[in-house]
Design a protein around this ligand. Structure first.
Ligand SMILES: Cc1ncc(COP(=O)(O)O)c(C=O)c1O
Length: 348
């Protein structure tokens, strides 16, 4: 095992190579002032995965520890990834490659209509360039398979030129290794919650590719936490499509860790209340949540993912059927604040 790989024993993920990229454990904190302002009797807790460390951090760092663990084990020299223009996955993959000494090709998809030059050049885009990635573009925003196929073509060219490419796919994959990062995250969370005297009842998380959501859900069920509800706040697709996707990714995750059948259909809870008006755009309650989190807790959430999932968490923490504590998984994304500067100025 090379020095950049670390063993995860006795984790459920111990069979998989993992590159060491993030700062763990991330803090677990109470959002007392924000919860009060939102009208909740109980504080919402936040798992600070915005603080995973690598180049502004976020959830993707946990996922990438397993993709890059696999890439290193295969002797890869070049990582390839595709995502929206302001993708955090792309930015943290560029950072991971830089840190581990691999080259990186990132492909940016025109997924969000009506955006200006700040969106196309600041935030995550700026960071991709700073981190030394080669940046390519893909004209369609809603074609996961097409984007992956274009990435495979770049990989084929690189292979012909002597590189060993490693492609991180956007579309659903039979081996969603990134989910293992969130199995590790819940192992961390469950032990933290126990040592802090929390009674874990709910975890609320942004649900996009469903990798984070599935990892949290499978991890909790595999650990025997059968009563902890996991709520996925839809950020990309409406509830029915997202529910089906989460179930498929969860089943593949169960296979990866050898715990098939721990997740039941009824365990997959999704909420698309804050999705409107669609991926990469905010509605009025989401904007209000973003400002409120900043001004009561100095907690920065992003316009695409975490403002929506936090707005959702502030609703679920108030439900009567929740006896214990609710944790909002802050999945990061904060560099996108700068890409969305024009929208943010307009709402202040
Ligand atoms: C900041 C942030 N939060 C949440 C998500 C959604 O995570 P997942 O794709 O694992 O569902 C993403 C995905 O890009 C993200 O960048």
């Amino acid at each position: 095992m090379s020095s950049t790989l670390q063993s995860t024993a006795p984790s459920l993920t111990a069979d998989y190579p993992r590159a060491s990229l993030g700062h763990f454990p991330t803090p677990l904190e109470a959002l007392t002032r924000l919860s009060t302002e939102a009208g909740s009797q109980k504080p919402l807790w936040v798992k600070r995965d915005d603080c995973t460390g690598l180049a502004f951090g976020g959830n993707k760092v946990r996922q990438l520890e397993f993709y890059f663990g696999d890439a290193l084990a295969q002797g890869a020299t070049l990582a390839l990834i595709t995502g929206a223009v302001q993708s955090n996955f792309v930015r943290t993959a560029a950072a991971s490659a830089a840190k581990l000494g691999l080259k990186c090709l990132v492909q940016l998809e025109e997924r969000v209509a009506g955006k200006n030059e700040t969106y196309s050049t600041s935030g995550n885009v700026l960071l991709n360039h700073l981190l030394g990635a080669r940046v390519e573009y893909f004209p369609v925003g809603e074609d996961e398979h097409g984007a992956d196929a274009a990435l495979e073509q770049h990989a084929a060219h690189a292979r012909a030129a002597g590189e060993v490419p490693y492609v991180i796919h956007l579309s659903e994959h039979p081996r969603p290794l990134g989910t293992l990062g969130y199995v590790v995250a819940v192992e961390e969370l469950v032990s933290q919650a126990a040592s802090m005297g929390l009674e874990l009842s709910q975890v609320v998380v942004a649900s996009g590719s469903a990798v984070t959501h599935a990892g949290v859900l499978v991890g909790l069920r595999a650990l025997g936490c059968d009563d902890v509800r996991v709520v996925g706040a839809c950020v990309r697709r409406e509830a029915d499509a997202q529910r089906a996707r989460v179930m498929r990714v969860a089943q593949r995750t169960e296979e990866l860790i050898g715990h098939s059948g721990v997740v039941r259909e009824c365990d997959v809870v999704v909420d698309d209340t804050f999705l409107d008006p669609g991926y990469g755009h905010m509605n009025a309650p989401t904007r209000a949540t973003l400002l409120s989190a900043a001004r009561t807790e100095a907690l920065l959430v992003d316009p695409v993912y975490t403002a929506k999932s936090l707005a959702c968490a502030l609703e679920w923490v108030k439900r009567d059927d929740v006896s214990g504590d609710t944790v909002f998984m802050h999945t990061g994304g904060t560099p996108a604040l700068f890409g969305y500067a024009t929208d943010l100025w307009e709402m202040m």
